[in-house]
Design a protein around this ligand. Sequence first.
Ligand code: SF4
Length: 440
Amino acid sequence: MGAAKVYIETYGCQMNEYDSEIVRRVLTGNGYDFTDTPEDADIIFLNTCAVRANAQRKVLQRIDLFKKLKGRKQGLLIGVLGCVAQNLKTELFNSGIGVDVVAGPDSYRTLPELLRRVQETKETRCATTLSVEETYSDLFPAQQSGKVNAWVAVMRGCDNFCSFCVVPYTRGRERCRAPDNIIEEITALAAKGYKQVTLLGQNVNSYKYEGFTFAQLISAVSRIEGIRRIRFTSPHPKDFPDDLLEVVADNDKVCKHIHLPLQSGNTRILQMMNRTYSKEEYLALAHRMRERIGNLALTTDIIVGFPTETREEYEDTLDVMRQVEFDAAFMFKYSERAGTAAAQKYPDDISAAEKTDRITRLVDLQRSISLERNQRHLNETYDVLVEGTARKPDQLRGRNDENKIVVFPDNGAQAGDFVNVRIEEVTPNTLIGVAVQPVT
Ligand code: SF4
């Protein structure tokens, strides 16, 4: 009999994508194979996201679908990993939806043992102890997709406890990896041909290791031969020190794009969210960034319809959007998450219709701002890192330094190549151009 085959499906943020590769590394090291088709698998894992109610619902529907495969394949095991696993724990067994294994984000090393015991005893197993130390620093991910960008988690967990967020409960306290260990991982990625690296952390600018700061870490990464672009996500506005701004401004390898989650433009709502900055402090930081880095792209996350948010307070969010002119924004309706401070303290009292109205206006405003921001790129030429083929036939797709999607006619470049593209047309989401220089 050959090795058992594992199929893994990943939801949510890049940290989950990274973690799926850690799981792959743990299991391949223990004699498991992987497959891309659930029908071919002996074990199906869903690496889940609990940040929004929708994401959690989708995962539960997906498990229900996989349960049908159990009837056709004896011994098939279904496992839930990630934030839903950590959040719901053994509740996932009670619901009778066919889950055999539950493992939270700090328990992936135990997976071979959990699987062995489930197979031996035919009983369900759950491992959801949160660790204050686990960073999986010895387990460099088994593979990264596409050989264009490599995600590298430099820290895990979060200590911020924003009142709407489950992450501190599902991923535990902040822990940082040693800089030497991160440099070793990125040096190995560069040797495999990766040219861009994105440093990941729930609160990435809080990175600190025995006095070594995030700005120093970025500078060290920039000295690795072969790495041409460095990105990072997501910083918290409360911890954006000047030395980090300087390194983004002055280091050519650091992309001129900062994702700076706003969440709300109203100070009272920000306080209720426990974001620890005011509207004015956020605006001052954004302006300082734009002043220091001329060609900076700023993007953000926004929640509308947080409990008790009045129409006037929502207008403050629109006001910040107009003042900062974000290049792009991820915009969400507030979704109550069980166990968070907001769920315990504040009733979800903004109607669904009102939330829809607020987000529709927000999206419309952002689309017009994004279009205006993109028009500044017309007739400019950018180094574009090619990611692959675009949806349109005979077109390639990549990103410029500012993380904007650039589409241009196929000139034979491959994923991972840099191409100089002159921009001739723009939409709110895309820059459209032509290659003006051969592949480098
Ligand atoms: S900073 Fe706030 S929103 Fe981000 S992961 Fe931490 S608690 Fe959640």
